[in-house]
Write a protein that binds this ligand. Structure first.
Ligand code: XUL
Ligand code: MN
Length: 347
C-alpha cells in the first residue's frame, strides 16, 4: 500500500540574508536588523529559524549567564509571536581570538577550555529557546600544517568536548555538520562517515548524529544523495542544508538545484525514500544571495530554493518506479538514465 506523503517544514538562518561581501570587496547591501530578517522569514511562510549562539545572544562572551538567559528568553517570545520555532542552535567557534588554532582541538588547553565553556553556554541558550538540537560545524578543527597537530589525539579532544555537552543537558542531541575544507586546508571531520564514527566513541552515541550540507559533500568529492542515504540508514540524519556548488572551489552556497538539477532530484528522492521530515526534521537551505542581488530581491534565493525543492518532491513522487524497476532488472541502465532525464525535462 502506498504510504501517505508527508509535508515538509522549512528553516532558515539569519546568516542566509548576507550582505554580499567577499574577500575582495565590501558589502553590496546594507546590513539589516534581526527583526527585518524575522519579518522576511514570516512573510515567506517558513516554519523555523536556525541560530548560531551569538545570532541569538550577540556578544555573548561579554555577558553574564543570567543576562544571556534573559536575552534568549526574550528571543523565544519574539519567535513565538511570529509563529516560528528554533530548529537548531550552533556554537560559533571560529570567530574568537581563542579559536585561532582550533576550538576543541587547539594545542592550547586554555583555548580548548574556552571552546567547551562556550558550547555549554550555547546549550543554555538552546534550552531557553526550547530547542533540543545542537549543530557542530567544526570550522577550525583541522590543520594548515600537518605536523602541527596529532590527528588521533584530536579525535579524543572532540569526543571529550561532545561528552561534556551531552552531560550538561541530558535532553539535547548533537548533529555534526561535516565539511572537508574552508576555512581549514584539511578538516578532521570531512564526511558523514567521520561524523558517525566519532559519534560511536561518545558516551551516549544515540544522541550524536549528523547534518548534511550539499555543498560540503561536493567539496569532499562525494555524491550528496549517497551521503543522505548513508546517514539515513543509520537513523542519523537530523537536519539538512540543501544548496548547490559548482565544482571544487570556495564554498558557494548556491540556490538548491542551481548547478546540478539531477543531483538535486536524487537528493530529494533519497529524502523521500527515508521519509525525512516525518519525525519532525526540518529542511533548511544554507544558501546566500548572489553578490549582485539588489535589496528588493534579497530573499529570492530562499524562496527559489524552496520552489525547486517542492517541484522536485513532485518529480520524486511521480517518478515511474515500476518502469525503473523493470529497466534495472534488465540491466538497461542506458534507458534508465534517459528516463530520469526525460522525467526531469517533462517530456
Ligand atoms: C559553513 C556552514 C555554516 C553552518 C552553521 O560552511 O555551512 O553556516 O551551517 O554553522
Ligand atoms: Mn551549513
Amino acid at each position: 500500500m502506498a504510504r501517505k506523503p508527508h509535508q515538509y517544514r522549512f528553516s532558515v538562518g539569519p546568516w542566509n540574508f548576507s550582505e554580499g561581501q567577499d574577500p575582495y570587496g565590501p558589502p553590496t547591501r546594507p546590513a539589516q536588523p534581526f527583526d527585518w530578517k524575522l519579518e522576511q522569514v514570516k512573510r515567506m511562510g517558513f516554519d523555523a529559524m536556525m541560530f548560531h549562539d551569538d545570532d541569538a545572544v550577540p556578544d555573548l562572551d561579554e555577558k553574564k549567564d543570567a543576562q544571556i538567559r534573559r536575552e534568549a528568553r526574550e528571543l523565544k517570545k519574539r519567535l513565538d509571536d511570529a509563529g516560528l520555532f528554533a530548529e537548531i542552535v550552533a556554537p560559533r567557534l571560529w570567530f574568537s581570538p581563542k579559536t585561532i588554532d582550533g576550538a576543541y582541538t587547539s594545542n592550547d588547553p586554555k583555548c580548548r577550555r574556552y571552546a567547551i565553556e562556550r558550547s555549554l553556554r550555547c546549550i543554555d541558550i538552546a534550552r531557553a529557546l526550547g530547542c533540543k538540537l545542537i549543530v557542530l560545524w567544526l570550522a577550525r578543527e583541522g590543520t594548515y600544517v600537518r605536523e602541527s597537530k596529532d590527528a588521533s589525539r584530536c579525535v579524543d579532544y572532540l569526543v571529550q568536548a561532545i561528552d561534556k555537552m551531552l552531560a550538561h543537558d541530558k535532553s539535547i542531541r548533537i548533529a555534526i555538520e561535516p565539511k572537508p575544507n574552508e576555512p581549514m586546508d584539511v578538516a578532521y571531520i570531512p564526511t558523514i562517515g567521520h561524523a558517525l564514527a566519532v559519534a560511536q566513541l561518545c558516551s551516549d552515541p544515540k544522541r550524536v548524529g549528523a547534518l548534511i550540507e550539499t555543498a560540503h559533500c561536493i567539496l569532499a568529492g562525494l555524491d550528496p544523495a549517497d551521503e543522505i542515504d548513508f546517514a539515513c540508514r543509520f537513523g542519523k540524519l537530523w537536519s539538512i542544508h540543501l544548496n548547490d556548488q559548482n565544482g571544487l572551489k570556495f564554498d558557494q552556497d548556491k540556490p538548491f538545484g542551481s548547478v546540478n538539477l539531477r543531483s538535486a532530484f536524487d537528493q530529494v528522492r533519497a529524502l523521500e525514500r527515508h521519509r525525512y521530515g516525518s519525525r519532525g526534521e526540518c529542511v533548511a537551505f544554507d544558501v546566500h544571495p548572489f553578490r549582485t542581488t539588489k535589496v528588493e530581491h534579497w530573499s529570492k534565493h530562499l524562496e527559489n530554493s524552496r520552489r525547486t525543492f517542492l517541484h522536485l518532491v513532485e518529480k520524486a513522487r511521480s517518478f515511474d518506479e515500476a518502469a525503473a524497476k523493470e529497466l534495472i532488472k534488465d540491466r538497461n541502465y542506458a534507458d534508465l538514465d534517459q528516463m530520469v532525464l526525460e522525467h526531469l525535462m517533462g517530456v
